[in-house]
Write a protein that binds this ligand. Structure first.
Ligand code: FAD
Length: 508
């Protein structure tokens, strides 16, 4: 029997920030005949305009939307990102890179890190980062896209660091090309169906009404539909993640400094500080806990810490860590800050918005009626994504020896979620990382942070201990040499960006 095509679903996206335009462009590109998309945004309110570092998953999204990478990089003044350099988290003076890539490779089905742990115990191995291609390239400020195939040059991924004020407008242009209809104006009221409570229309200040079947709330922290109109409850995680403020201050690059292909996160007495290198400037910010530091002192701290000349005064942003208990309620789906927020320690917010869009597309209503099973599945998936990220972030604060401030003493000694306690116990007892198919983060990420923050397991896979130590040492040494040789042949990060820009200009 042939399936009859249904009438397209009328999707209305409220908000034109990163989340709004990613949603609108994503639906328009991937569900062309199944949905029509209208987007409402207000120039008076504007966008949050922060959020510069991403995860490798964004590349797939950009590609699926048919966007040319070099053109996108140019338009958003973006740089490449191979990971995050965490400084002073486990202990003041120590640092490690959480790379977008693996450490070594499995031998006889035993994970590389088990051999490394054994050799490290014997004093026969260097730091774990020596065996990661991404770490070596980051430390050398070099970049080239990974190779295809199975060689060393294929063992890493990359993401982008872009100007958040340019990314939304870039996606807007793309969305408009894909047929999204844009309305500029302030939404002042919402119409609902008296029977089922579904939203039926957004009403703008000037009286325009935008009707729809499905509403995506991308109104940022305001959460106009999900939080405001539908009063969906917020699950507060500030007892685990007490940072609730950030002060952001862009700076000029320091002359002569290399362009880092990575984000830097430096732990501070009441939070941590980011440095995100873009092509034209450095993004800086201090994420902090207002219970441990006031806003004026945080602004002073970011001014003092900034290395380049400040390009603006520090701007304070306020937030609450957590997520809505339901991200899809009635016919409203929250994407982006309206559905939840986790501090940018691992650059996960845009990823979370992207995954919500992906799940929405997978579970998109077939016709105008919503199947409650799809809504429940969406909420389960989104919860899973948030919970996984939450645990990983808490690990950075909890696995520390820092006792130099009230903030760190609280985080080091607090009770953590059971789900994280179980993961940490598995690592501590057996050197193993909980496996899962969906959601962030994978083995190498957990291992990077555990080891980087000085949390070494009591035991590891016993098979790693029966291998001949001299042979294992030989293999580790040759891996390290091969990585160094290959990284030395890569272009400098800035040179690679120039080359790509030149290629784009030639093609124009
Ligand atoms: P917004 O950008 O706030 O957009 C909201 C939209 O809704 C706007 O267009 C506004 O005009 C519209 N709107 C609101 N109310 C109305 C109304 N009544 N009528 C009409 N329109 C309305 N994420 C990362 O992935 N990486 C990072 O490094 C990162 N760093 C961050 C640092 C900080 C300090 C913060 C606070 C966030 C960071 N994020 C980061 C998160 C990232 O900024 C957001 O996830 C992303 O920008 C998406 O925001 P949004 O589109 O949900 O909201």
């Amino acid at each position: 029997m042939t399936q009859q095509p249904r009438e397209p679903v009328r999707v209305v996206v409220l908000g034109g920030g990163t989340a709004g335009w990613m949603t609108a462009a994503g639906i328009a590109a991937l569900l062309p005949d199944l949905a029509t998309v209208e987007l409402v945004e207000s120039d008076d309110i504007g966008i949050i305009g922060v959020g510069e570092a991403t995860l490798p998953h964004i590349r797939g999204f950009v590609e699926r939307l048919g966007i040319d990478e070099a053109a996108f990089m140019k338009a958003t003044h973006a740089t490449y990102k191979l990971g995050i350099d965490f400084r002073d988290f486990g202990r003041i003076g120590e640092s490690y890179i959480h790379p977008f890539g693996t450490f070594g490779e499995k031998v006889a089905d035993v994970g590389f890190h088990h051999y490394w742990l054994e050799m490290q115990r014997r004093g026969m191995a260097g730091p774990l980062g020596d065996y990661s291609f991404a770490v070596a390239a980051a430390r050398a400020n070099r970049f080239a896209p990974p190779e295809t195939g199975e060689g060393l040059g294929s063992t890493y991924g990359y993401a982008y660091q872009f100007d958040a004020t340019l990314f939304g407008p870039f996606m807007r242009q793309h969305g408009l090309k894909l047929g999204v209809t844009r309305h500029e104006g302030l939404v002042t009221s919402v119409e609902r169906d008296g029977e089922n409570g579904n939203v039926t229309a957004l009403v703008l200040q000037d009286g325009r009404r935008i009707e729809g079947d499905l509403f995506v709330d991308c109104s940022g922290f305001r959460s106009l539909l999900l939080g405001g109109e539908l009063t969906e409850e917020w699950e507060d995680w500030s007892h685990w993640l007490p940072c609730d403020r950030a002060t952001a201050m862009p700076c000029a690059h320091v002359d002569g400094e290399p362009l880092r292909p990575y984000t830097t996160a430096t732990a501070m007495p009441a939070g941590w500080r980011w440095q995100i290198p873009l092509q034209h400037r450095m993004g800086n910010g201090y994420v902090f806990s207002s219970a441990h530091l006031d806003e004026d002192r945080a602004c002073e701290a970011i001014r003092n810490a900034a290395e380049g000349e400040p390009l603006a005064d520090p701007r304070v942003l306020r937030f609450r860590p957590g997520r809505r208990r339901k991200s899809w309620s009635h016919n409203v789906i929250g994407v982006g800050l309206s559905s939840g927020f986790l501090e940018p320690l691992e650059s996960t917010s845009i990823y979370l918005a992207q995954m919500a869009i992906t799940y929405l597309i997978e579970l998109f209503p077939d016709g105008r009626a919503i199947d409650p099973r799809d809504r429940a599945a969406f909420n389960r998936l989104v919860d899973m994504e948030y919970d996984r990220v939450r645990d990983f972030l808490i690990l950075h604060y909890h696995a520390t020896t820092r006792d130099d401030s009230e903030f760190w003493n609280y985080l080091r000694t607090m009770t953590i979620p059971d789900s994280l306690a179980e993961k940490m116990a598995l690592w501590r007892d057996a050197g193993r990382v909980e496996r899962y198919e969906d959601g962030l983060f994978y083995d190498a990420s957990w291992i990077a942070v555990y080891v980087g923050q000085g949390l070494l397991p009591e035991r590891h896979d016993p098979r790693a201990a029966i291998a001949d130590p001299q042979r294992v040492k030989g293999a580790l040494d040759s891996l390290r040499h091969a990585i160094t040789a290959q990284v030395d042949a890569m272009p400098d990060h800035r040179a690679y960006l120039r080359r790509e820009a030149g290629r784009l200009a030639d093609a124009a």
